[in-house]
Design a protein around this ligand. Structure first.
Ligand code: ADP
Length: 609
């Protein structure tokens, strides 16, 4: 089936369809990828927020639990002394809780109880204790034992915490609820002198202490255990891992006054705009803290460049595809156009070639005529002069005759050369006209021609034997020329004084498609190493013999055999002379005779016609 080539318009239409579909697909793919990435980013942020929340919750719970455990231990001591306090709190010191600054044991005392309390606690191991009640208050809360948890100097007990709003509120809550309470963030008194960038918020964790239950099951209130903490150190420790991955964390709480207050801020050193945010609430003691995290999208393991890159790649691919479609769609048309152009070129070349051939043939004809015409004139005049000289004195005639005969011989040589050249040229050109040919009859005719020529020239009569030659399919004129040259050479290249002898024989090949013909003589033979060269134009092997010739005869034979689809070779004839062998196609209508019947070759040959 012949597929019609697409028109230019159709090719463009297909290209446009592919391009539009490709662009839409690329944009769609880019957008889908972007949406998917947004989801990935959200998922990563959610994961991180939950990680931070988990870390803060765990850390706060651990601190509260530890405080509750130590408080339980201290509460169980009947008569608490400074030494017993230090001993019971030892596990807290050893745990080195990050951010924990101090631990204190607090007692409550009203105005009228202060002096007695001071005396009592001095006797329990703090001899230099000075309780300093806030004069504006009636109910006081004093730290009677205090110890550092961060290796810093020992805090001085005796201060009245009832006047410090944040601590007081937490202490109140702890006593009221019986749970661990946390204070609003505040700046420690000793931190207030630090430069702003070093100053950080602190908060306290506190729990109420009760003695052993009495007979009614009531536990007497004894005081509080209070742990001071630096917020950022506390937060930094719990978030050491997540903070390294480019996340800023802000811890906020809603103060007892209802206003939001920043507890701590942890900034990641990772540069970049914080364009992703999350907020989560976590329970810390009895409060809820809000954790806000912010992160630059560039720090997350999701490439933002991917969607635009995918889109660009898609567009580039589309362009390439559209180009391919266009090339394929128009390719056939272009190929057809090229074939047409090449055919036109070929036709033009054929016209030129035909013209050139016609010119050449005409030229050859003109040359033959123009060269031969003056030769004929020269010959005629030479012969006329020869006759004229016959009547002159013998001396004069004898002087002029050699020159005259040289002119005649030269003219004859030139005539032969022109004939041979024309035949040589013609042997290459034009088509052959093969017919079923009676080779035997043809060889006979050629042989008779040579016998006649010898007799006319009064040369020794050659012996020419023509065997039973099978019919062939060949061009009669060319085969006549071929046999004429070969038989002529066989006669010509026989030493003077010897009778030339030629045998023309033939036999069909085994498959019957060809007839192998041989022309054998008993002449001079061909010098060693020249059996191939003699078939080249103008090659002569017996120059010194003085035998006339142009060196074109065998070249003509070679061309004639070649044009009949065969080859011609020369070999030495055993016992002297040469055998030329060539093959011609067998006749198509007449079956070839298998073997030639040899005749008596001792008698001069009498041609059959
Ligand atoms: P030429 O015009 O010289 O005869 P040919 O092409 O017919 O040219 O032959 C080429 C050469 O081959 C001759 O010059 C001759 O030397 C050699 N030759 C051809 N036929 C024979 C032969 N039958 N016996 C010996 N030599 C031959």
């Amino acid at each position: 089936m012949r597929v019609r080539a697409l028109s230019r318009r159709q090719a463009w239409a297909w290209t446009a369809v592919v391009a539009v579909l490709g662009v839409l697909a690329s944009i769609g793919a880019g957008l889908a990828l972007q949406r998917q990435q947004r989801h990935s980013l959200d998922a990563v942020m959610d994961r991180r927020a939950s990680l931070v929340a988990q870390a803060v919750t765990n850390q706060a719970a651990r601190y509260a639990d530890t405080l509750r455990t130590v408080a339980g231990a201290i509460g169980a001591i009947d008569t608490l002394t400074a030494t017993a306090f230090t001993h019971a709190a030892a596990p807290l010191t050893e745990m080195r809780l990050a951010g924990a600054t101090s631990l204190a044991y607090l007692i409550a005392a009203d105005d009228h109880e202060v002096a007695a309390a001071q005396g009592r606690w001095r006797s329990r191991g703090v001899p230099d204790l000075v309780l300093s009640p806030d004069e504006d208050l009636q109910h006081h809360i004093f730290a009677v034992f205090a110890m550092p948890l961060d290796g810093s100097v020992k805090p001085v007990p005796g201060a009245d915490l009832a006047g410090r709003a944040q601590s007081a509120a937490a202490l109140d809550e702890a006593r009221r609820t019986g749970q661990v309470a946390i204070s609003d963030p505040y700046v420690l008194t000793r931190d207030r002198t630090l430069p702003a960038h070093q100053r950080q918020k602190s908060f306290v964790l506190t729990t109420a202490l009760y003695g052993a239950a009495d007979s009614a099951g009531n536990k007497p209130f004894r005081g509080w255990l209070l742990m001071g903490l630096r917020s950022e150190t506390f937060l930094g420790d719990s978030l050491a891992l997540v903070a390294r991955s480019g996340i800023d964390v802000t811890l906020q709480t809603r103060g007892t006054d209802g206003r939001p207050a920043v507890v701590a801020t942890l900034r990641s050193p990772t540069p970049g705009l914080r364009d992703l945010h999350r907020e989560v609430e976590v329970p810390v003691a009895q409060r809820r803290w809000t954790i806000a995290i912010a992160s630059p999208a560039s720090s997350l393991p999701v490439s933002r460049a991917l969607p635009p890159m995918a889109m660009i790649a898609g567009l580039v691919l589309t362009a390439a595809l559209a180009l391919l479609v266009r090339t394929l769609a128009t390719g056939r048309a272009r190929a057809e156009a090229r074939v047409e152009a090449a055919t036109a070129d070929l036709q033009a070349t054929q016209v030129v070639l035909r013209q050139q051939k016609a010119d050449l043939t005409a030229f050859a004809g003109v040359v033959a005529h123009d060269l031969k015409a003056p030769l004929a004139t020269v010959r005629a005049h030479a012969e006329f002069l020869d006759e004229e000289l016959a009547g002159r004195s013998a001396v004069d005639a004898a002087d002029l005759r050699p020159d005259l005969s040289k002119i005649t011989a030269g003219v004859a040589r030139m005539g032969t050369l022109i004939d041979d050249l024309l035949t040589f040229a013609a042997a290459r050109e034009g088509g052959i006209q093969p017919v079923d040919l009676d080779l035997h009859a043809l060889a006979d005719e050629v042989a008779i021609g040579h016998l006649d020529a010898a007799s006319a020239a009064r040369r020794p009569m050659p012996t020419i034997y023509v065997g039973d030659l099978p019919p062939v399919s060949a061009d009669p004129a060319l085969i006549r020329q071929l046999l004429n040259n070969l038989i002529g050479n066989a006669v010509k290249y026989t030493a003077p004084g010897r009778t030339p002898r030629v045998d023309v024989t033939a036999h069909p090949t085994e498959d019957g498609t060809k007839v192998v013909v041989q022309v054998a003589d008993r002449g001079m033979g061909i010098p060693a190493g020249e059996h191939e060269a003699i078939f080249h134009g103008f090659h002569r092997a017996h120059q010194e013999s003085g035998i006339p010739g142009t060196g074109l005869g065998l070249a003509i034979c070679h061309r004639i055999v070649e044009r009949h689809g065969g080859t011609i070779t020369a070999e030495d004839n055993r016992g002297g002379g040469t055998i030329f062998t060539f093959a011609l196609p067998s006749a198509t209508g007449i079956p070839a005779t298998p073997e030639p019947v040899l005749r008596d070759v001792t008698q001069p040959h009498v041609p059959s016609r």
